[in-house]
Design a protein. Structure first.
Length: 245
């Protein structure tokens, strides 16, 4: 079943009005006709089983059949601070992170980041990543489209993370799996969690020290060294299992 997102103001009593590019997608790409069913989320933990009633200029009119509460969100908000990787790896990271339940993805320019984006390129990349987040949220049945934040410096990311309850930084030189397990077990539903992931080559030791001095906890992901596109998704998987299990 096709899944679309709207804002709460597009829900009017027993109807929902789809706007924007989704109208063309429904009408001319999917060729959805009156009577077909579609699932709609309002980004506010409400979901609606609807039936296509018809089309107006620039609008798709849906008749609400059933209302429910979205139960696909994690009980904690997880923020992935991802060091900018090379090539198109960020697209994969965003897609899979959204599938695993991330709340926000924050691209971070670190010392070892090979990719350097000027303001114009960064804006264009962020728009592309946000589109991928939306598609992944639809596919995963999310009730919320995670935000892909604009690119931050490491200093900006550290400041942004100060509001979070728990901040983790997987680090290849960290030791003590038992200590890592203990830290994970202490995370409670409702707490906000930040995960800092380095780019190819990892973090500079000064960056790790800065994070720890700011209250982050260095953890290990095991004896193997993981690629940047694997480390964040591994940490998200562990947190998802812990919080939902």
């Amino acid at each position: 079943m096709q899944h679309f997102f709207v804002t709460p103001d597009q829900v009017k009593e027993d109807h929902i009005y789809i706007e924007g590019s989704d109208v063309n997608h429904m009408k001319n790409v999917l060729r959805m006709r009156a009577g077909e069913e579609v699932m709609v989320s309002d980004g506010n933990n409400r979901k609606y089983l609807c039936e296509v009633e018809g089309y107006e200029p620039d609008l798709a009119v849906l008749k609400i059949q059933e209302k429910g509460v979205v139960d696909t969100e994690l009980p904690s908000q997880i923020y992935l601070f991802q060091g900018l990787p090379k090539q198109d790896k960020m697209e994969l990271i965003v897609q899979k992170a959204v599938e695993l339940g991330v709340y926000q993805v924050i691209p971070v320019a670190t010392k070892r980041s090979v990719v350097k984006l000027d303001a114009k390129k960064a804006e264009k990349k962020t728009e592309r990543w946000q589109q991928i987040a939306q598609s992944a949220a639809k596919q995963a049945g999310r009730g919320y489209i995670p935000e892909v934040h604009s690119v931050m410096t490491y200093k900006e990311a550290m400041e942004y993370a100060r509001k979070l309850d728990v901040v983790l930084i997987p680090y290849e030189l960290a030791e003590g799996m038992e200590e890592t397990k203990k830290m994970i077990r202490q995370i409670q539903p409702g707490q906000s969690v930040g995960i800092f992931i380095g780019p190819e080559g990892g973090f500079e030791i000064e960056e790790v020290e800065e994070a720890i001095n700011a209250g982050a906890k260095a953890i290990t992901l095991g004896k193997r060294i993981l690629r940047t596109e694997t480390a964040g998704l591994t940490t998200l998987s562990v947190l998802m299992f812990h919080l939902e299990g």
